[in-house]
Every structure is written in C-alpha cells, then in structure tokens.
Design a protein around this ligand. Structure first.
Ligand SMILES: [Zn+2]
Length: 468
C-alpha cells in the first residue's frame, strides 16, 4: 500500500511540475505572480474606483440588469474573475453607519475618523496625510474625478482638509492649491464668486486662479476631449453632474469618458499616477429610492471600470481597486408582484422603460400634487400606470410621515413603496446603512484584497503596493 501511495505521489508531483512549467516560465519573463503578469511587489500606478452608495443589492441589481436586459456581463465581474475580492467593513470612529467624508478619509488615510470631517485624522481636527498626497510627494501625477461635485466629500477627502464637509468653498480652493493635475466633476458654483453667479462669499474666482496656475478649464465633453495634456479643471455643471438616466440632454461627459481622458493625461508621467474615480450619483439616486436611476448610474460606473481595466491590462504595473464607501438606503430586490404566487423578482423590463430620474419627477410633481397629477407624472417617467388609490397614498406621503428621520424626500419614499410590487425593489430607508461592501482588485498589491477587510486597510494596501 505504501509503495502504491508513493508511486501516485511521484506521478502527481511530476504532473504538477509539468503543468507548472509554463506558469513558471511566464513568471521568469514577467517577474510575476499576478494574473496580468505584473510584479507582485510594486505598483507604478494606482486607480481607485469608488461607487458611492454601492451596497450588495446595487451591485446585484446592476449585474442582473446588465446580463439579462443588456446581454453582457459587468466589467466589475471581469475584475473579480481576473483578480481578487474582499468583503469590506466600514464602521467609523463614532458610528456603525458612515457617511462619505468619513468613509473616503478612512480609505485615503488609513485611520478610523469621526463623521463629516474630510481629510482629517482620528480627532476630526488634525489633517491626515492622504494616499494622494503621498503619491504626489513621490512625483507621481494625481487625479480626482466624480459625477457628483468635485468639492463633495469623497474627492475632498483625498486632497483637502476641512473639519466639516459642507465647507466646499475651502475644499475648492485647497484642491486647486494642492495642484491635483486632473479635477473633474460638478459644483462649479464653489469656484465662482456670487458676482459671477457662483456661491463664493470671498469674492475669489477660482477658475481664473486655476488658469493662472496652469490649468486648462473646460465645461463640456467636447472641450474636455480637446484639452491638451497637462492640468485640467473640468466643471460640467453648477450643481452635481446629471444622473446618467438624464445625461443625454446635456453636454456633459460620461464617467467613462472622463476616466479615459484622465488616464490618458496622467499616464504620461514617467513616475506613474494615482487616480480616484467616483460614481457619485448612485448614492443620490438610492437616497431618493429611485431604482432605475440607481441602476443606470451603476452601469455608467461599470463602464468606467471597463476603461480602467483595459488600462490595467495594457499596463500591468497598475493596481486597480474597485469598491464603495457605504450602502445607501438598504436597497432590496424583493420577490413578488401583485398577482404572482411564486418568486418573480425585479422587473428589468420596467426598469428599462424608465425615462428620467426621480429628481426630475419630484420637480415636476411640485409641492402639493393632486392624485391625477401623480398618476400622470409617474406614467411619464416610469411608464407604470398606478391606480387612483395608490396615487392617493403618494399624496398622503404616509411612509415619510411614519419615520421622517429616515425618509426625507417628499413623496418619493411613498412612491417607491407604491412601486414595490411593480418593480419588486424595496428600500429600508433613505439613509446610508451599515451593510458590508465589496472590494475588487487586480494588479500588484491586490493579493491582499481577500477575505474580510476594513476600509482603513485599503490605504495600507495601496501604500504597500507603491514599495519603498
Ligand atoms: Zn449619501
């Protein structure tokens, strides 16, 4: 028996050795243990993609929609298949439920921090050194991109230091002063004085100051495409950039287009680059319990992931991380329609027929709509014909009245509840939740994006990937 076992063992070793030969020779030519053939030790470039508000159900809804309605898989799945996946906790110094400033600061600086401060350490008052600042000190190029405001909490936490995220005038000035090469997003108002229809009370015109500091300032997709390589300040909306579902009627670039431009410009630096690219409006759509708006912005984010993944494949010395800052609103893909007796699940066809965001829908409803108006507007934006009784429930806004602390948008939560059996999408609140998140990674340093991690560890993973 022993001899037999030994023989099998020898054969197994031989077979394993033969199978391993091509892998080993691959390693010899690329110096690699990584799936894209990169050095496992050192990353020249870091691309960090953050889907603001992407909990597991936002991911799941996008995956179902992409595969079943659009007949293609998510790029995020490709990152998972080629790389690694971790489950991610995101509790903060002072709460089990985070907001974006604390979440982004924890990723940027690697320590647990209190809510609302951006780029501040554990006391909420002392600036912490961010991964963007560390890469900049090394001579690497840096970029921040979002579909929300470029002064909003997530980008702010990487390049600015303010005790409260609402101080966006200071954030705008600090981002320019920091010399972040690429700054793209919305909220142009924080760069302009009141005299120029902005909201700055100090009278400064940061667009002019940025131009003097060497930035090309652009305001449309076309201008962005034409901008020469170098520092670019792209501000495409006085407020947030449009929801993806509403974007076709604007001149704004998509998140994927901004990502392409950013990687093209930053990758010219021979020392490499750090880029943080945020899908900022997934969060906003989920806050409003807008299922179609959420899914469309998830897909726009996924396209940006595809751009980054293609770059990482062509440049294997790139650490690519895809993650979220928190779940928003406890999205739930529920089972039954009004008349189904068995599980039927999300109505992807109905999601596909939606024509506008709940933000536009709410604006059109106005302050005190009649049930007839509710039926008309809901049909216009969702193609769903709700009943007179259901419209009356929306007008009564019962869901919001039951828990005003956790439901803050007039009519939208009651509407989302009425739409539950039509769409089979439910919502636990309008606030963020403590749901664990995903982190996907590929490239040098991504070996550590496995198992259960805390979002503070993403900082040390990125820093370690840079080497000494
Ligand atoms: Zn939020």
């Amino acid at each position: 028996m022993k001899e037999h076992w030994m023989t099998r063992r020898v054969v197994l070793l031989l077979v394993t050795g033969i199978l391993a030969l091509p892998l080993l020779s691959g390693c010899a030519t690329t110096g690699s243990g990584d799936l894209f053939g990169a050095s496992p030790g050192k990353a020249k470039n870091i691309i960090l993609l953050i889907a603001d508000g992407m909990g597991p159900s936002q991911f799941g809804a996008a995956w179902l929609y992409s595969n079943q309605a659009l007949k293609k898989d998510l790029k995020m799945v490709e990152v998972m298949q080629a790389g690694r996946t971790a489950y991610l906790a995101n509790d903060t110094a002072d709460s089990t439920v985070t907001e974006s400033a604390a979440a982004a600061t924890q990723i940027a600086c690697g320590v647990k921090v209190p809510a609302r401060a951006a780029g501040m350490g554990s006391d909420g008052k002392t600036p912490c050194k961010t991964i963007l600042e560390i890469t900049k000190e090394r001579g690497m190029a840096t970029g921040l991109v979002t579909t929300s405001g470029i002064t909003d909490a997530t980008p702010a936490s990487f390049a600015a230091h303010v005790p409260h995220r609402s101080d966006e005038e200071t954030v705008a000035a600090q981002e320019i002063a920091a010399g972040v090469e690429i700054l793209m997003g919305g909220r142009k108002n924080f760069f302009l004085p009141e005299a120029a229809k902005g909201s700055r009370k100090d009278g400064r015109n940061l667009l002019q100051e940025a131009q003097k500091a060497g930035y090309t300032v652009v305001g449309t997709a076309e201008e962005m495409q034409k901008a020469p390589a170098g520092k670019i300040l792209g501000l495409f909306n006085m407020g947030n950039m449009a929801y993806e579902i509403d974007r076709a009627s604007t001149k704004e670039p998509s998140l994927a287009e901004m990502t392409t431009k950013t990687l093209d410009v930053l990758s010219r630096n021979p020392k490499g680059f750090f880029a943080m690219i945020e899908g900022g409006r997934i969060d906003h759509a989920s806050h409003r319990n807008d299922a179609a708006g959420t899914i469309r912005d998830m897909l726009a984010f996924d396209e940006a992931v595809g751009v980054a993944l293609a770059f990482a494949k062509a440049h294997p010395d790139t650490l690519l991380i895809v993650t979220a800052d928190h779940d928003t609103a406890g999205m739930a893909l529920i089972g039954h329609s009004k008349d189904s007796k068995e599980y039927i699940g999300i109505d992807l066809g109905a999601i596909q027929k939606a024509t506008g965001s709940f933000e536009l829908l709410q604006a059109e409803l106005g302050k005190s709509p009649t049930p007839a108006k509710v039926r008309e507007v809901v049909k216009k934006y969702t193609a769903i014909e709700i009943t007179e009784d259901e419209a009356k429930m929306v007008v009564a806004d019962t869901i919001r009245k039951l828990d005003p602390a956790n439901y803050s948008y007039a009519y939208l939560h009651s509407l989302a509840f009425v739409l539950r059996p039509y769409l089979r999408v439910g919502w636990g609140s309008q606030t963020h939740t403590a749901s664990p998140l995903y982190a996907f990674g590929v490239g040098p340093g991504s070996e550590k994006i496995v198992g259960f991690r805390h979002n503070t560890e993403l900082f040390s993973i990125m820093k370690a990937a840079l080497g000494n």
